[in-house]
Ligand binder design. Sequence first.
Ligand code: ATP
Ligand code: MG
Length: 333
Amino acid sequence: MEPLLEVDSLRTTYRRQGRTRTAVRDASFVVHAGEVVGIVGESGSGKSTALMSVLGLLPPNAEVVSGRLLFDGVDLRTAGEAVLRSVRGREIGLVPQRPMTSLSPVTRVRRQIRRLLRHHRSEDPARSDATIADLLHRVGLGGVTGRLDNYPHQFSGGQLQRLLIAIAAVGARPRLLFADEPTTTLDPTVAAQILRLLRDLRDELGLAIVFVSHDLRSVAQLCDRVYVMYAGDIVEEGDVRSIFDEPRHPYTRALLDSIPGRHTPLEPMPVLAGSVSSLPEDRRGCSFAPRCAIAVEVCHENTPELLPAAGGQVACHRYPAGGGTPSDLGEDR
Ligand code: ATP
Ligand code: MG
């Protein structure tokens, strides 16, 4: 089956103070209809930039330098603004990383929902109150229908997040939803409710979801398949079980080891030192090499390709193509 979304060798740069920085370096990923795909990686790894590149919502100092962004077979990169406008919101919904920035603090919530529904679905204003009530009910917000003439700050963060998911996923009826860190600012119980909501929406509406997060526990609960990003590169891909039970890339293993209380059968990796942003722009070799405990010379010289591995793909010179387990890697250190 053809993927719903196929991102092929996407490269996106930002210009700042006369310098150009590559935020996404030839990343490829696919999303099939009805699939929940996680993108994980620490802050600054390029997760949001990848999603915004697909939607054509990058700031003016950003540029998609190369790559194909095929949605349902149409390349969104070359299709033009009219096609993008018809896809954005209607075919691909977005729950943005900072929900409060997508709502106006000085406009009553009912007006904002109506406006968004009109934009996404040419909703008839006469019908929109019934639609809104139905929408709120779907996401467990039936109790706030009487308070819609309030302003956003009079709702809790979890309620607003549900509201935005309701509009993006239910009101607009897209085929694909980009949920960029939808639970990061919420407390754990509310976050768990949001995860359940996303799962239900997938089951009920057949919605495909790209779930971006650095919370690996949420990813494990929600996703079918996972991409791990590091410094603009996709370093590992796999079904959720293989990523969590048999991580192959040293970065994935370090990320998993950083989950408190997680039992790991693998030998411990040292706590990650340094950060993504300390990488030089003209780096050669594997982006992770400067922080990798098992890097050898070739890791600093050549960029590893993402190659098939059991249950997924991995970009690591130290991963034995002919088999072997990740723990074999540490032994000859
Ligand atoms: P987070 O988990 O913090 O949301 P992320 O994985 O979504 O991180 P991005 O926001 O995509 O990462 O950022 C990737 C890189 O691009 C970072 O180095 C960041 O500093 C840079 N960047 C992002 N937005 C801009 C911008 N508007 N101008 C310049 N550089 C930017
Ligand atoms: Mg982000």
